[in-house]
Design a protein around this ligand. Sequence first.
Ligand code: HAM
Length: 427
Amino acid sequence: MIQKPKGTYDVFGEYGKKVKELEKIMNALMEKYNYEYIRTPHFEASELFHRGVGETTDIVSKETYDFIDRGDRNMTLRPEGTAGVVRSYIENKMYGEAINPRKLWYYGPMYRYERPQSGRFREFYQFGVEVFGTNNPMMDAEVISIPVNFYKLLGLKGIKVNINTLGDKESRDAYRNALLEYFKPHLDTLCEDCKERYSKNPLRILDCKVDANKDIMKNAPKIIDYLNDESKSHFESVKKYLSVLGIEYVVNPKLVRGLDYYTHTVFEVEANVEGFGSQNVLCGGGRYDHLVEMVGGPSTPGVGFAMGLERLMTALDYENINLVEHDHVDCYIVPMNTNDYSFALMQDLRLNGFSVDMDYMNRKVSNNFKQADRLKARFIIIIGEDEVNSNILTVKDNHTKEEFKVNTLDIIDFLDEKLEDCGCEEE
Ligand code: HAM
């Protein structure tokens, strides 16, 4: 039997309902924040990710799905959303438009050839935002507030916000040199990956899981001591604005993130629940004031985040949060040799805003009642020859078990009224 590719999964049933509910909440939240939806291609020229995400990152050096298309072009399935959105911002000259800052949000699948494990997939979904055109630290705080408020809306309690700063280019370069100097005499005590990081991106030595508990790591220079005044003041403002928004956070000086494009603020929100597992980072992001330029656009500051949907789903399960409320149909139609009439009525009801299903299996009446219960139907409409001839429908309230005779012309008003009375009308 052909099976799904390793590191992928199918969405259906209860999981599917929960995903759809999450998407609804996400849409509504982004409307409240006044962000604009953007969708970019699932594959891009490979060069974009080399320039945009960084040659030295694991994502680009080890994890991309690359292919050569039939026109001999090097293409890559997007491993993350930021680079594509930056490309689109530049290509569509959004920097020249009056809307500033430009606040964009996206949702879709990303692809990384990682070793699959719990919370780590090869195809996974990210919800993210990218904001262009302002270096106001208020915007860093706004971006951090989005996932925090999203988790709050969902009722998730066990979360921890970690923040750090990498400073501007000058501060970051000074820090990089300090790390090179510090680790040089201890190189042989570090793991193989860290030896490689030393030459490519020494900041990443700091988030090594293997060497984390060694004294050499604990005593490493801290970025805070290498920040110039401007970088310090930016970070102080971000912290102040987070407090203004009532967002609790922890400053974690080891947080450097796995992508090369960050400057100033970086942050991650982790699931702070016992036994959650090692893949507990629910989302991450930060500021990237040079990325637009690096990809070929005019110098434009940017800040954003992305969250993985799969880890969020696990976190919701851990806290027994069930999002699915509208898990029923308004009407279930039972046609008794009246398929044409019933089918047309169903169409009419659906177009008038009701959720409706009907029997396609020629079930016996008693089995149809069972099916209506399975679908959690609020009303059952039974349609036989008599109903067709008289245009008077038999409608059963499946909650109260009351039966009504309703003229076909009045059925929409009748359902509207009843559903409103019980408060089960859809928004
Ligand atoms: P990232 O930290 O690579 O950042 O990914 C963001 C989130 O995507 C992670 O925190 C995690 O929840 C989820 N994620 C990443 N890889 C996997 C995987 N293999 N399986 C399941 N979930 C995964 C970025 O992608 C940046 N583009 C974020 C950003 C936007 N920074 C600025 N703007």
